[in-house]
Design a protein around this ligand. Structure first.
Ligand SMILES: C[S@@+](CC[C@H](N)C(=O)[O-])C[C@H]1O[C@@H](n2cnc3c(N)ncnc32)[C@H](O)[C@@H]1O
Length: 308
């Protein structure tokens, strides 16, 4: 997605009024549609049918999870918040929540600040967040994990930011999903502000340019965080993903046959290659089991030794 020029976005100035206000016979649009409209306005060259479909699914599932797990006055943290779509959704659904965002890209943070003026936004690295440990009721992350080599470190950071009983909403791609295969064939991502095109070109031939892990490795990463947890569920978003020349073909088909063609492709993908290009892992941080102090045990030692 091409970022918008600074100054080009104004959340109060929606051109597509049907999306935000509704009409007499149509109720106000759901929050996911408002987030989609905001993302659409950021897309300078317009959105392809595939991107439109992809984001509509993403925001629908995201808003269902926020409805379920973000309480009205939660402390909600969006890790790698980007230009603030997740924060915007959270603010629409939970106007009284305390909203925090962190990202390494200042331009994205500027956009996020304009979309969600009340959010507390921080510039920094996900692995060394300048944030209080144990402070958050919900930690959310979407679309950043596959940039990181060390998922153990990510799990450790996410779990350490949660309070006991807090919820981690961690969006993950499954290994060997359509998304994984599509990214194997695409350009390596820009990983630092100073990253150059020749370096990216060279890295594009390395299978390690994006990181995908097995489901077992994700659970091991959580276990290695040393924090007790329980997995509450796995919530699918999409099976289907494509980019490059495939996306061009898919967009042509979707323009000719309608966006339902993409739902059909997703169903076919799920039937014959049932791996999620994106799903949420929902994890609860559990309170540590209370360790009994030695003094509380009925003493089996002689009174003299126990006293000492
Ligand atoms: C694909 S975007 C997803 C943005 C947002 N979560 C969303 O769903 O629209 C990935 C984001 O991860 C951020 N990111 C990548 N590496 C990071 C790091 N080391 N620390 C913090 N943010 C990082 C990028 O700046 C970018 O905004």
């Amino acid at each position: 997605m091409t970022p918008m020029q600074p100054g080009a976005i104004n959340e109060n100035e929606t051109t597509d009024t049907s999306v935000t206000q509704g009409t007499a016979d149509m109720p106000s649009a759901p929050p996911w549609a408002i987030a989609l409209a905001a993302a659409r306005r950021e897309c300078r060259d317009g959105m392809s049918p595939f991107l439109e479909w992809h984001l509509a699914r993403k925001f629908t599932v995201m808003s269902q999870l926020f409805e379920q797990y973000v309480a009205p006055e939660s402390r909600f943290l969006d890790m790698a918040c980007g230009s603030g779509d997740g924060l915007l959704l959270a603010s629409l659904l939970r106007p009284d929540a305390e909203l925090w965002g962190l990202d390494i890209d200042r331009q994205s943070l500027d956009l996020a600040a304009r979309k969600v003026p009340g959010a507390r936004l921080h510039h920094g690295d996900l692995l060394t967040p300048p944030l209080r440990l144990g402070h958050f009721d919900v930690v959310h992350e979407f679309g950043a994990t596959f940039f990181f080599r060390d998922w153990n470190a990510l799990a450790r950071v996410y779990m350490s930011l949660l309070r006991d009983d807090g919820i981690l909403l961690w969006e993950l791609p499954q290994k060997w999903s359509a998304g994984h295969l599509a990214y194997l064939l695409s350009w390596a991502p820009k990983i630092t502000e100073a990253d150059t095109k020749p370096k990216r070109f060279f890295r594009s031939f390395l299978p390690s340019k994006y990181k995908y892990e097995t489901d077992e490795a994700v659970l091991q990463a959580l276990e290695q965080s040393g924090v007790p947890f329980e997995v509450l569920g796995r919530v699918p978003i999409w099976y289907f993903f494509c980019n490059g020349v495939f996306a061009t073909l898919v967009n042509r088909a979707a323009r000719a046959r309608g966006i339902q063609a993409l739902d059909a492709l997703d169903r076919i993908n799920g039937r014959f290659w049932p791996r999620y290009s994106g799903y949420y892992l929902v994890v609860r941080r559990c309170a540590p089991r209370r360790t009994r102090l030695v003094d509380e045990r009925p003493s089996v030692l002689s009174p003299k030794v126990a006293k000492a």
